[in-house]
Ligand binder design. Sequence first.
Ligand SMILES: [Zn+2]
Length: 288
Amino acid sequence: MIRTITSTATALGLAATAFATAHAAPAAGDATATTTALPVVNMALVEVAADVEGKYGNQPLGDDASTRLVQSAIRAKGISTSVDGWYGRGTNSAYRTWQRKLGYSGIDANGLPGPGSLGKLGANRFTIAHKVDIGSRHDNYRGVRVNTRTKKMLAAADAKVPFAIYLSQGSYRYPNGASASAGTHDGGGVVDISVGNMTTTQRWQAVKALRQVGFAAWYRTSAQGFTPHVHAVAIGDTDLWQANGLYTNRDQVGDYYKGRTGLASNGPDNTPSSYRVAFTWWERYAGL
Ligand SMILES: [Zn+2]
């Protein structure tokens, strides 16, 4: 608390003194004055870029300054990466190297910044805003396993429609058993919505509600060869799976951003225009 008060006083009247002091004597214990001067990484934007830009190249998402800060911090750790504001496959790979250096493995070394690895990367370099927090990996929605962020998103979407949303498949299928649905449900942030009790209109309403709160969501139809359901990927989830060089869920977010289906054929999105909404993500929707 004393630190906080000192920092506030500094910001109000003693900034010049603090600056001179900080630069004359950068003692390890005297972080108070320099903290206010650190640049800010918008974590949610970086996650969204990591989802979209791997497949589609640099996009005008507004992440570039934040992504550059992450890239230059990785480089400062002795890991080779470009510093260009594009969170492509190369940056993903470099970030994974950083996670492994920290001793992380499996889903914790998926090349997507989590609060732990990003916090350590940013020590004395940047602060983090719009933090993406998935909460528990062992949460559930109406009894089906998802993480807490996904649960909150589903509850928000559920509240928008005059019927209840139930899951036919949840997340984290790989760590507990066999790879499911061609690997698309192995990690966090991914769900299937059961539509058997819904009218066609309700199915599209569910797609719209899910998209409004930050899912990449599609109605998978029998004409496409599916048992009908809605497949949804939580945009920006830090636990999106990656294995054997496959970026399935992340690329599906990119496909959604580009108005495609996210299927192997990746044709145009079949969603009627009245059920489409502007691309968004949970932290932006919820004002986090
Ligand atoms: Zn699915």
